[in-house]
Design a protein around this ligand. Structure first.
Ligand SMILES: *Cc1c(COP(=O)(O)O)cnc(C)c1O
Length: 428
């Protein structure tokens, strides 16, 4: 196991630091649990991503659902990266963060009528449509709202390339039977059907085959299928000038070698050679996962045989990935275990659910005790975004670190605040 330390998150005098800030000091200011992100790491990831994809003229749209904190979106927007959105809420956030509408792609299998209208009125760059039914609705709405001056809606069809991906079954999306995407045959028919439509222009094909993928083979196979389809469409007079290849690039949660940007960019460049048009990717996790930590305190060390429980103040409502898809996050003591004597713990949260387990038989300091701090690594993606207030727990705060400066970028959302939505019941 290669522990995912980065140069931005490391021990300094036996105390875990994120850039120039000690986690222990932050925990006194913010109270646990909380998320903390490294700005330098985010900028490094963006730089590496841009260098890899720019070299092959591949456009980048950050998948906002991985982490939609306004401050992260602002930083990403300031670096000239576009966004991939899956809801009207994300569209709203991205707009507030200063992302240009032209750089927005709207994906998602179940966009509502009002979300589509919102996106049409915003004149976003591209719709990635996932069914014939959605396309029909979009066409109707486009005609209703068309003001003559605006160009036709730019639409790509997200197809299901039916490739097998070696990842957790809950995060594959490009296999037959998944709810995502349109069958290849139907896509061809739709291109014919919508040729010369007054307000819709089918411009390309999109795919997203899953998440936390380490092999390049499924990408190659899927892109080849997309290109075959593109050729068929073009033979029938259609125009495929966009290939949007999704995200899913795997990162190291302590057990894997990441699929780095340069490698996948090279593969995409090879497989799209000779394609005349725009090629794009939609990385989410790979840009933000390793920038973040979840910091928590030990509430109890509960002796039990054969394995003692480490009961934390963080729970599944703060970090849902382990309960949702058996994900594992590497965990470390904030004050380094210098004796390196360890024992195995079942690491759990206080929520009243048997699935509120972060790790089983996980080695940590033998002498760990109530009040000590522990940290979950690689908690920048699909982590704070999924937090909720189950068991009437506060919604976890987020901190952004830049060198020695720490900023609270999401306040703790307390029960007092949440109750404001309930106390004044309104008759309907
Ligand atoms: C979630 C998602 C992504 C990002 O996936 P990652 O695994 O985070 O890179 C990209 N495109 C679409 C359509 C998605 O739904």
């Amino acid at each position: 196991m290669t522990f995912p330390f980065t140069k931005n998150i490391h021990y300094q005098n036996q105390s875990l630091s994120i850039e120039g800030c000690s986690i222990e000091a932050l925990a006194l200011k913010v109270n646990t649990p909380f998320y903390v992100y490294s700005q330098a790491r985010l900028l490094d990831n963006i730089t590496a991503c841009k260098a890899a994809f720019d070299a092959h003229n591949i456009q980048i749209h950050y998948a906002v659902k991985a982490n939609c904190n306004l401050h992260i979106l602002q930083l990403i927007a300031s670096q000239g990266i576009g966004v991939d959105l899956v809801s009207g809420g994300e569209l709203y956030r991205a707009t507030k963060a200063g992302v240009q509408a032209e750089k927005m792609v709207f994906s998602g299998v179940g966009k509502s009528r009002s979300e589509l209208i919102q996106a049409i009125n915003m004149h976003i760059g591209q719709f990635n449509v996932e069914s014939a039914e959605e396309l029909a609705l979009l066409a109707t709405l486009a005609e209703d709202t068309s003001d003559n001056t605006s160009r036709k809606l730019q639409v790509a069809l997200r197809v299901n390339p039916n490739v097998v991906v070696n990842t957790h079954k809950n995060i594959t999306t490009g296999q037959k039977g998944n709810k995502f995407g349109i069958d290849m045959d139907l896509a061809l028919t739709l291109f014919e059907h919508y040729a010369n439509h007054p307000s819709i222009e089918l411009v390309g094909l999109a795919m997203h085959i899953g998440s936390q993928i380490f092999e390049v083979a499924p990408y190659r196979e899927a892109i080849q299928k997309l290109r075959l389809l593109a050729t068929k469409i073009q033979e029938k007079g259609g125009n495929v000038s966009v290939l949007d290849l999704g995200g899913g690039f795997g990162i190291n949660y302590g057990e894997n070698t990441p699929l780095d940007f340069a490698t996948i960019a090279h593969v995409i460049a090879e497989e799209t050679k000779g394609f005349r048009g725009k090629v794009a990717v939609e990385p989410g996790r790979s840009l933000v996962a390793d920038i973040g930590l979840l910091v928590s305190r030990v509430n109890y060390v509960k002796e039990s045989h054969p394995t003692p429980f480490l009961i934390l103040d963080a729970a599944m409502n703060d970090l849902m990935r382990p309960a949702l898809y058996q994900a594992s996050h590497p965990i470390k003591e904030v004050i380094q275990n210098t004796t390196s004597a360890t024992r195995s713990y079942d690491i759990v949260g206080p929520v009243c659910e048997s699935t509120d387990i972060f790790a089983s038989k996980y080695p940590l300091d033998t002498n760990i005790k109530a009040g000590d701090l522990v940290t979950f690594f690689c908690a920048g993606a699909y982590s704070a975004v999924m937090s909720n207030s189950y068991n009437s727990r506060d919604i976890v705060p987020e901190v952004f670190v830049n060198g020695q400066n720490a900023t609270l970028v999401r306040e703790r959302i307390t029960q007092e605040a949440l109750l404001q939505y309930e106390v004044n019941a309104k008759p309907l």
